[in-house]
Design a protein around this ligand. Structure first.
Ligand code: ZN
Ligand code: ZN
Length: 247
């Protein structure tokens, strides 16, 4: 009887531990809203995990660029932290949204909870399956706290003659995808004044703005060479963020 009781207690403990682990999963990310990034009401700290396939580590300048971009807009008094780690080559040169979601399931270990918000960035060694025609997709934001950069595609449009530097193109795409996680444009963060480009999804109609639709496709390359720098958010987008808890 005693032994039976002991086994029962052990089994119950295992059940509690296992169900306790399951609480933190991708499911917990589904309730995160742009306001949770912008304000410090629920979350005072942000941890951004970047996983990349061999050869596609983000440039240190790209990460410090994102740090500067986020620090300027988010209220995170306990800081914004970045972790970057390599994952094995996934062996796919064309990658679909289903592949991307599977990779997140497999390689994401940090989830939002308590006062810490988490975000996940996957840098792929493949081209996006939905790139069509001349404009290649360089990045997508596909979850409430997750986005992907197509590292191979980005590298083919940067670092060469008459091309922007790799860190400049990476930073543009990464900042832009985080702009989507912040609810831009009109996608979880309401517009104070109308500035949505109705022909191009949730993007800004101001050509020089970071949230202009071309900023996540190869079409941005010409603009970057012309402008010479990573595009910033213009005032319409900044005001939207400020009215939703941001700085
Ligand atoms: Zn976009
Ligand atoms: Zn804008």
């Amino acid at each position: 009887m005693k032994v039976f009781k002991k086994i029962l207690v052990l089994l119950l403990t295992i059940v509690v531990i296992v169900s306790g682990c399951k609480k933190s999963s991708l499911k917990t990310e589904e309730v995160i809203r742009p306001k949770d990034f912008l304000s410090d009401k629920k979350y005072e700290k942000l941890v951004v995990t970047i996983v990349y396939e061999k050869g596609y580590a983000l440039n240190a300048k790209t990460i410090s660029g994102l740090q500067t971009f986020l620090s300027a807009r988010l209220n995170k008094p306990d800081g914004i932290i970045f972790n970057q780690k390599e994952i094995p080559d996934q062996g796919k040169r064309i990658i679909t949204i289903t592949d991307i979601r599977n990779i997140e399931k497999q390689f994401r270990f940090d989830f939002s909870g308590k006062s810490t918000l988490t975000a996940f960035v996957y840098v792929s060694a493949g081209d996006y399956a939905e790139s069509a025609g001349n404009a290649k997709v360089l990045g997508i934001a596909y979850g409430n706290t997750s986005c992907t950069l197509f590292g191979k595609t980005i590298s083919s449009y940067s670092g060469g003659l008459a091309q922007p530097s790799r860190s400049m193109l990476e930073t543009t795409v990464l900042d832009h995808e985080f702009g989507h996680l912040l609810g831009l444009v009109d996608n979880g963060t309401n517009m104070v004044d109308y500035h949505r480009d109705i022909y191009n999804g949730h993007h800004c109609d101001k050509r020089n703005c970071l949230m202009y639709h071309a900023a996540e496709t190869s079409d941005i390359v010409a603009n970057l060479l012309e402008g010479g720098d990573v595009p910033a958010l213009e005032n319409f987008c900044i005001r939207d963020l400020q009215f939703n808890g941001g700085k």
